[in-house]
Design a protein around this ligand. Sequence first.
Ligand code: FE2
Ligand code: FE2
Length: 203
Amino acid sequence: MSAADSTDPGLQNLSPVELDAARGQLPEWARATPPRRAHMARVAALLEQWASELQLGQSEVLRWAAIGWLHDALRDADPRELRAVVRPEERELPGSILHGPAAAALLEGQVDQRCLRAIRYHTIGHPSLDRMGRALYLADFLEPGREFLPDWRVELRARMPGELDTVLMEVLATRIRHLLDSRKPISPETAAFWSQLATERLR
Ligand SMILES: [Fe+2]
Ligand SMILES: [Fe+2]
């Protein structure tokens, strides 16, 4: 039995959309191919595992699973359609990162604000991300179905969730280094995410 099937009074904290998502049931506007849904399932499973190991309580465990399912709900939609639903200041974002802000826009009022922030910024990061948002950023990168750098990612997964912020800095440093090496732009949100983590480390 999954955590989403039991009857805990704490579950009243969760919205119907969050409860459905924790069971792998996506909103009808989702646009995700079967391989994409398999990725979302792996991300959700990793998040559920980490939240359980952190002993966060049942409703929070379900919320972590729900954002794993929801984060890429629009990953296979046409970017032109996504531009129509995001905030005006997000319309010029590259097509590959529009799906987070677009899903957050459609989920507004139906999931809590922490979930919206985690989903909106799961691709580029953001200094405002809390532990749940940081975990989504990592689970998306570390889920076992991805093929790049398998040994390194196995080692990082083994250190989760206990070393979340240290692992996050390693992953973010690697991703920023890749952007630098390939002469690609670094979004202000990503740079600010790095600065936030580095500042916390010095405290
Ligand atoms: Fe994504
Ligand atoms: Fe993803």
